[in-house]
Design a protein around this ligand. Structure first.
Ligand code: HEC
Ligand code: HEC
Ligand code: HEC
Ligand code: HEC
Length: 491
C-alpha cells in the first residue's frame, strides 16, 4: 500500500514564534540558559514583534510515521534505544521499568495520550507524567519545540532524532490523535457495530492475524496475547496500532492512511473484543515442540529423569525435556523417524494416546518421572491435552523419502500471501541456525518435513510466527505450503 502520499504535502500552520524557535534550534546552549522552571519560550510575547520579516516555516512530513514513532521510535529508526533511562524518568518512582521501554513516548504519555489522567493514572505504568492530548490542534512548530526541550531541557530529543523525524511526530500530535473518551468505557467499546468491524477486519487484518485473530501470538506461552487479547486488555493500544501500524512490521497497514472514520475504529474494536484470547491446540503444539522456549522458562540444569532409562540418544539438558525429543515430530516415537539415528530413545509415540480422555492424559503428564506439573501450569497442560487429542498419523501425507503429497502451486500462493513478509521470497530472510551453517525455510523443509509441518500448523515457540491451523487453512493447504517451501533454496 502507498503509505503517505496524501500526507506528504500536509503542512503545519505557521506560527510566528516558530521562526524564532527554529532559529534557536541550532543553539545548543539555549536549554542550559533556560531552566525547566521558566515559562515556555514559545509563549513569550516579544517574539511576535521580531518575526514579521522571517520566512514562513512550513512543516511537512508524515504524521503516520509520527504515530509509529510515538509507539516505539527506536524500533522505527532501527536503532538501539539510548543506554539507561531518560533523565525525566528519575523524577518519578512509581513505574519501575528500566531500559529501552522507558524511552518510548507512550510509556510516559500513554496509549490514550492522557498520561496520568488516563489509563496510566494507576497500575504499574503510572508515572504521574502529563498526557499529550491537550496539544492536539496546537501548531506543529510549537510542538516541535517541545520535543527539542522548549518546556524542559530534559525533554530534548534532538540528540536522538533528526529534524524530519521530530517533525513527523509533531504533525502526528498536532493533527492525528484520537480522543477515545467517547467510545471506550471501562475498556469496552461503546456504540460499535461489530458486524461492520468484521468487514474492516476482513479487508485489512485477516491475512496475517487469521479468521479468529489467533494466528499470531505476540507474547509467549506464559501468557499468550492474540489480537483479541490486546483489544480487550488494552483497547487504546489496539486502536493506536490499528491506526498507525506496528513498528518494525512494514506490511501491517495503517488505517489512518485509508481514511477510515472514527466510527469504523469503534466498529473494528467492538469486533476485535469478541475474538478469542486463548487457542489451546496451537499453544499445545508449541509446548510439545519446545515448552522451555515457548514459556521462557529457565534452562534445565539436569536431564529429564526418564532420560537415564535409555542410552542411545546422547543429548543433554533442555533437549531431554522436550516432548518432541522423546515422542517425535511424527508423534510416533520409536515406531517412527526416531526409531533409529541419533534421536533414537526407544520411547513410545503419543498417537495412540489421542483417543484418551483429558483425565487420563493429565494423569500421564503428572505421573512419577513423567510429571511435568512442576514446570507447566494447568492451562498449559490442558493445551497439551487439546493438542494430543487431535494429532494424527502423517504417513499418508509425508512419504518416507521426505517428499510431500501436496500441490506446490497452491502452496506458493499461500506462502506469498502470508510467509513472505517475514521469510522473504526465497525463504532466506531469516536464518535459524545459531551456529556456523545456514538454515533457511527451504533447508529445514527438505531436511525434516515432519518438524516443519508441526511448526507451520502451530507456530514457532518463542517467536511471532503464523499458526497455520488458526488461519483455518485445511490440512491439504498446509501440505501444499510444505511442498512449495521444499522447492526453496537450501543454502
Ligand atoms: C521519560 C518520560 C517521557 C518520555 C519518554 C517522553 N516524555 Fe514528553 N513529557 C514528559 C514530561 C514529564 C513532560 C512535562 C514536562 C515537560 O514539558 O518537560 C512532557 C511533556 C511533553 C509534551 C508537552 C505537553 C504539554 O502540554 O506541555 C509533549 C508534546 C510531549 N511531552 C511529547 C513527547 C513525545 C512525542 C515523546 C517521544 C518522542 C515524549 N514526549 C517522550 C515525559 C516524557
Ligand atoms: C502483513 C501482516 C499484517 C497485517 C495485514 C496486519 N498485521 Fe497486525 N501484526 C502483524 C505482526 C507480524 C505483528 C506482531 C509484531 C510483533 O510483535 O513482532 C502484529 C501485531 C499486531 C498487534 C499487537 C502488537 C503488540 O505489540 O501487542 C495489533 C493490535 C495488531 N497487529 C493489529 C492489527 C490490525 C488492527 C490490523 C488490520 C488493520 C493488522 N494488525 C493487520 C502483522 C500484520
Ligand atoms: C525423557 C523422555 C520424555 C519426555 C521429555 C516426555 N515424555 Fe511422554 N512419555 C515418555 C515415556 C517413556 C512414556 C511411556 C510411559 C511412561 O514411562 O510414563 C511417555 C508417555 C507419554 C504419554 C502416554 C501416556 C499414556 O498413558 O497414554 C503421553 C500422552 C506423553 N508421554 C506426553 C508427553 C508430553 C506432552 C510431554 C512434554 C510435556 C512428554 N510426554 C515428554 C517419555 C517422555
Ligand atoms: C511474523 C513473522 C513470521 C511469519 C508471518 C512466518 N514466520 Fe516462520 N518464522 C518466523 C520466525 C521469527 C522464526 C524463528 C526464527 C529463529 O528461530 O531464528 C520462524 C521460523 C520458521 C521455520 C523454521 C523453524 C525451525 O526452527 O526450524 C519455518 C520452517 C517457518 N518459519 C516457516 C514459515 C511458513 C511456511 C510461514 C507461512 C505459513 C511462516 N513461517 C510465517 C517468523 C515468521
Amino acid at each position: 500500500m502507498k503509505r503517505n502520499s496524501k500526507w506528504m504535502m500536509l503542512t503545519g500552520v505557521l506560527l510566528i514564534a516558530a521562526a524564532i524557535l527554529a532559529a534557536c534550534g541550532g543553539q545548543q546552549a539555549e536549554p542550559t540558559t533556560a531552566p525547566a522552571t521558566e515559562a515556555p519560550i514559545v509563549t513569550e510575547a516579544p517574539v511576535v514583534t521580531e518575526a514579521p520579516t522571517e520566512a514562513a516555516v512550513v512543516l511537512s512530513g508524515d504524521p503516520i510515521r509520527g504515530g509509529l514513532l510515538y509507539d516505539e521510535w527506536a524500533k522505527v529508526l532501527g536503532v538501539e534505544a539510548p543506554e539507561g533511562e531518560p533523565a525525566l524518568w528519575a523524577t518519578q518512582t512509581t513505574n519501575t521499568r528500566t531500559g529501552a521501554g522507558t524511552w518510548r513516548c507512550k510509556e510516559c504519555h500513554g496509549w490514550d495520550y492522557k498520561g496520568v489522567d488516563g489509563a496510566y493514572g494507576g497500575g504499574s505504568h503510572k508515572t504521574g507524567f502529563v498526557g499529550v492530548l491537550q496539544v492536539a490542534g496546537t501548531d506543529a512548530n510549537e510542538i516541535l519545540g517541545m520535543l527539542k526541550g522548549s518546556t524542559s531541557p530534559d525533554h530534548d530529543f534532538s540528540a536522538y532524532m533528526d529534524d524530519q523525524t521530530l517533525t513527523d511526530i509533531a504533525l502526528f500530535l498536532s493533527g492525528n490523535m484520537l480522543d477515545s473518551a467517547a467510545f471506550i468505557t471501562d475498556k469496552a467499546a461503546v456504540g460499535g457495530d461489530a458486524a461492520n468491524g468484521e468487514t474492516v477486519y476482513t479487508e485489512n487484518c485477516v491475512d496475517c492475524h487469521g479468521p479468529q485473530g489467533a494466528a499470531l501470538n505476540f507474547a509467549d506461552e506464559s501468557g499468550p496475547e492474540y489480537y483479541g487479547t490486546i483489544a480487550i486488555d488494552n483497547p487504546w493500544e489496539f486502536v493506536h496500532k490499528a491506526r498507525f501500524g506496528q513498528p518494525g512490521v512494514a506490511d501491517m497497514p495503517a488505517l489512518v492512511d485509508l481514511g477510515l472514520t472514527d466510527q469504523e475504529y469503534i466498529d473494528l474494536l467492538a469486533y476485535a473484543q469478541t475474538l478469542p484470547t486463548s487457542s489451546p491446540v496451537v499453544e499445545g503444539g508449541r509446548l510439545y515442540d519446545n515448552w522451555i522456549k515457548a514459556t521462557g522458562a529457565a534452562d534445565m540444569t539436569t536431564d529429564q529423569p526418564l532420560w537415564a532409562t535409555q542410552t542411545t540418544n546422547t543429548r543433554t539438558g533442555n533437549d531431554t525435556w522436550r516432548c518432541k525429543e522423546c515422542h517425535g515430530w511424527d508423534y510416533k516415537g520409536v515406531d517412527g523417524r526416531y526409531g533409529s539415528g541419533s534421536h533414537l530413545t526407544g520411547f513410545p509415540g503419543i498417537i495412540s494416546s489421542a483417543g484418551k480422555t483429558p483425565e487420563e492424559l493429565l494423569a500421564a503428564m503428572k505421573n512419577g518421572d513423567h510429571d511435568f506439573s512442576a514446570y507447566l501450569t494447568d492451562g498449559q497442560l490442558n493445551a497439551l491435552i487439546a493438542f494430543i487429542q487431535q494429532v494424527e498419523d502423517m504417513a499418508p501425507y509425508i512419504n518416507d523419502d521426505k517428499t510431500v503429497n501436496g500441490d506446490a502451486a497452491n502452496g506458493k500462493t499461500l506462502y506469498e500471501s502470508n510467509c513472505i513478509a517475514c521469510h522473504g521470497e526465497d525463504g532466506k530472510a531469516l536464518d535459524f541456525d545459531d551456529g556456523e551453517g545456514k538454515e533457511f525455510v527451504g533447508t529445514v523443509s527438505a531436511d525434516n518435513p515432519w518438524e516443519v509441518l508441526n511448526k507451520i500448523m502451530h507456530g514457532q515457540p518463542g517467536a511471532v510466527m503464523t499458526a497455520g491451523l488458526n488461519m483455518e487453512w485445511s490440512l491439504q493447504d498446509l501440505l501444499d505450503i510444505l511442498a512449495y517451501i521444499q522447492t526453496l533454496p537450501i543454502e
